[in-house]
Design a protein around this ligand. Structure first.
Ligand code: BES
Ligand code: MN
Ligand code: MN
Length: 456
């Protein structure tokens, strides 16, 4: 540990400069205009991997953005750790709400402000620096493989094919991912579950063209009004989702599991104050922590239709649209939930409109074991670096590839994230604490060490 801290202290500034350079490339996977930037980022990641003492590092093209793969020399007597991360980022908009430009990183109040600082360039890059430190210390305790993808923020659509096609190359004993959050900087935690997802877009069409709202209004049905009615009907007054069969496969936690969850530090007043809300309003019968992690959700991500320009225009719009996502929990399946949603949503439509539902992407929820070698190694590593045993927590976000790793490769993932919920990922002014960045770099080599030890 002292040796790790020594190397870290001597190289701190360079580790930071290298991350800042990575953050300057706008690798927005959702926007085709950034295709070249995404590729440039993949190349930079590959070059960093090459500068480690790796056996090979390569860019694998896919039908979408490329996957960067690298491996150290693989010795059969050593256990193998596979690192997964993503080098793509969310779109930065709304740009006007950033205090400094999203792709010109600045350090303020001990935090790095930039799109991708926490999600996931900062967290992914900690693993590259950690292996660099381990190599300086001598022989690696474990074989290491890196899979760093460029499409996580758009649903990892092409990564499944990559995994299917390279099962042998990707064989490993554990997968480690830093792309989640911990409770706070004094309370380390390990994520033991992620929600799944079904992401849809709905279109409601009324008359064949926009109409004068005086001439026709009152008689001809308005698709925007109809869409609002239909969305409102998707939840009851207890905020339960009304889609028939929606909860059929949901695993309810035992009273004991719910009690354990309730013991983690959480302050509702602070939570509300940070978000500047007077109250939360989730599903009745569940705590805030439960609502945001072990319960499924249905949310409108965006809604549009009719006139949204300057001033007023009297119009009865022809069409209305919404992007709707449902977060899923074990054992809900995105295909089944999508079918249930589609059938029910269409049944809600009055005869005056037509409804279409299109599927964007989805992913399975996942729960990871806490009695695995991987979990125990991560727990020991965090205990050594923080001086405190980490608390297992279920997170509300999604990383669709984790369930695929389990189903295709048969390997468990350790979700050892160093972010904070307050890091504003996917929002303006995303940031990542320097404390968190360096703590990750310090902890990950210990994870390698303990994983090797416990695998013997
Ligand atoms: N890193 C996040 C997921 C995350 C965030 C997990 C916070 C736990 C806590 C990831 O990059 C992400 O944003 N995933 C998407 C997945 C979607 C595009 C399928 C998400 O959760 O919305
Ligand atoms: Mn992420
Ligand atoms: Mn993300």
């Amino acid at each position: 540990m002292e040796e790790i801290r020594g190397i870290l202290a001597a190289n701190k500034d360079r580790y930071l400069e290298e991350l800042l350079a990575l953050l300057r490339i706008p690798s927005v996977s959702a926007n085709p205009a950034h295709k070249d930037d995404v590729l440039k980022t993949a190349e930079l990641v590959k070059n960093h991997l090459l500068s480690l003492n790796v056996a090979r590092a390569e860019i694998y093209p896919t039908a979408g953005h490329p996957v960067v793969y690298a491996e150290t020399e693989q010795r059969p007597e050593r256990a193998t750790i596979m690192v997964y991360g993503h080098y793509d980022v969310q779109p930065p908009d709304p740009l006007e709400l950033w205090e400094s430009p999203p792709f010109e990183p600045v350090i303020k109040d001990g935090k790095i402000f930039a799109r991708g600082a926490c999600d996931d360039k900062g967290q992914m890059f900690m693993h590259i620096k950690a292996v660099e430190i381990l190599q300086e210390l001598g022989d690696l305790p474990c074989n290491v493989k890196f899979v760093i993808e460029g499409e996580e923020e758009v649903g990892s659509k092409n990564l499944e094919g990559f995994i299917m096609a390279h099962q042998e190359m990707l064989s490993c004993d554990v997968i480690v991912i830093s792309d989640t959050s911990m409770i706070n900087n004094e309370t380390p935690s390990l994520t033991t579950g992620l929600r799944g997802m079904s992401y849809l877009e709905v279109h409601v069409t009324g008359p064949c063209k926009d109409l004068h709202s005086g001439t026709y209004g009152g008689a001809v049905d308005n698709p925007v009004n109809v869409l609002c009615e239909m969305i409102a009907a998707l939840k009851d007054d207890k905020r339960h989702i009304t889609i028939p069969g929606f909860y059929d496969d949901v695993v309810e936690l035992s009273a004991d599991e719910r009690h354990k969850m309730s013991l983690r530090p959480f302050d509702q007043t602070e939570y509300n104050a940070e978000l500047k809300i007077a109250a939360t309003r989730g599903e009745a019968g569940y705590t805030t922590i439960e609502q945001a992690s072990i319960r499924p959700t249905l949310d409108v991500n965006g809604i549009w239709g009719g006139y949204i320009g300057e001033g007023a225009k009297t119009v009865l719009p022809s069409k209305a649209h919404a992007k709707i996502s449902m977060r899923l929990v074990p054992n809900q399946e995105p295909e089944k939930i999508t079918e249930l949603f589609t059938a029910y949503f269409k049944s809600l439509a009055p005869p005056s409109v037509q409804v279409e539902v299109a599927y964007h992407h989805g992913g399975l929820p996942v729960v990871t074991p806490i009695d695995s070698i991987g979990y125990k190694a991560a727990s020991a590593a965090l205990k050594e670096s923080f001086g405190k045993e980490p608390i297992p927590t279920r997170d509300g976000g999604s990383i669709p590839i984790v369930a695929m790793f389990k189903n295709v490769l048969g390997v468990n993932t350790v979700l050892m994230g160093f972010g904070l919920n307050s890091d504003s990922i996917h929002s303006p002014n995303e940031h990542y604490g320097l404390f968190n960045y360096y703590k990750g770099i310090e902890t990950i080599p210990l994870f390698h060490k303990y994983f090797a030890e416990y695998s013997k």
